[in-house]
Design a protein around this ligand. Structure first.
Ligand code: NAP
Length: 299
């Protein structure tokens, strides 16, 4: 019987693993892909304390190495089901069933789709959700980025260094992104903001060739080789349908990660909260594992 199973090996889950290792807890992290989660898709990071400038892959690798050096057990495994048992939890992966006294859900969030015609058809043929993964395919080409938050603006800045022209399509006329990022966008010579505009359809033949747009109620067309969708995130909550959640589906837990269900803790982007940053994911992981340590001492 493990002390704790951590579902998700993003920044929150890996930080929790660091704290678990130092608390000498018997913990396992289950991550379906590569340790790092959404951080792996972040092209540039300059707001993580003590690391003035880095990228998501480098930062994720550093955190994973630090966790493993301290003794963390990070396994590549897709969790398919879990249940509460008499004295804890049973978590089933494709290969094994693990038992633990506590459960930390750090399963993160994923890209919200635009939900327009042609989006699925041209996925991978022009439609992308990850600038760092796919940007290199658009060298010297024209692309659009949709969204007005930090992700959209960071993607636009990253792509502006690879592409000939970047259109930043936003449904309002002010960006939600931080001031520092906005200033860089407005100073860029090849990023053109397209205000008050929504995407109606992704159009093309065998690949996408452009976007059908609606600007201030008027239809228009933008020719583009690719579109990067960055309109927010939705929680990876499919496995946790019975747990309390907010109206957007994020799991309810306090700032120590303590959920209303005894023994279940929540950390990182899947938790209902206002601020979703790498540093708050790390903070969540630390707070939740500290709460788990207290919980395990008390039961
Ligand atoms: P976000 O902050 O929720 O922004 C989503 C953007 O997409 C908003 O501008 C929103 O418009 C727009 N949008 C939403 N649905 C849309 C739709 N159906 N059609 C068109 N536009 C739509 O999401 P995010 O940028 O992915 O960021 C997620 C979280 O991660 C945030 O907390 C963010 O601060 C954080 N993050 C931080 C950093 C950083 O600090 N460097 C980097 C990346 C992400 P409105 O503005 O009109 O609502």
């Amino acid at each position: 019987m493990l002390d704790v199973i951590i579902i998700g090996g993003g920044v929150a889950g890996m930080t929790a693993a660091i704290y678990a290792a130092r608390a000498r807890l018997d913990a396992v992290v289950l991550e379906r892909a590569f340790p790092g989660g959404q951080a792996l898709e972040t092209p540039e990071i300059e707001n993580y304390p003590a690391v003035p400038h880095t990228d998501g892959i480098t930062l994720s690798n550093l955190i994973a190495e630090q966790a493993k050096d301290l003794g963390a057990d990070i396994r590549t495994a897709d969790v398919v089901a879990w249940e509460k048992t008499e004295n804890g939890f049973a978590v089933q992966t494709a290969n094994e069933t693990l038992h633990s006294r506590a459960l930390l859900i750090a399963a993160g969030a994923t890209h919200r789709p635009l939900g327009v015609k042609g989006e699925d058809l041209y996925r991978g043929k022009g439609v992308s959700y990850c600038a760092t993964c796919d940007g290199r395919f658009y060298k010297d080409k024209t692309v659009a980025v949709v969204g007005g938050g930090n992700t959209a603006v960071e993607d636009a800045l990253y792509l502006s260094r690879l592409c000939k022209q970047v259109y930043l399509i936003h449904r309002r006329n002010t960006l939600r992104a931080s001031r520092a990022l906005q200033e860089q966008v407005f100073a860029s010579e090849n990023i053109t903001p397209v205000w008050n505009t929504t995407v109606q359809e992704v159009v093309g033949d065998s690949r996408m060739s452009g976007l059908s747009l609606l600007t201030d109620g008027k239809e228009n067309h933008l020719t583009a080789d690719g579109v990067f969708v960055a309109v927010g995130v939705i929680p990876n909550n499919a496995l946790f349908a019975d747990l309390p959640r907010d109206e957007q589906g994020f799991l309810v837990a306090d700032e120590d990660g303590i959920s209303p269900t005894a023994g279940i803790f929540v950390a990182g982007d899947i938790r209902a909260k206002k601020c979703r940053q790498l540093i708050t994911a790390a903070g969540d992981g630390a707070a939740a594992m500290s709460a788990i340590e207290r919980y395990l001492n008390e039961i």
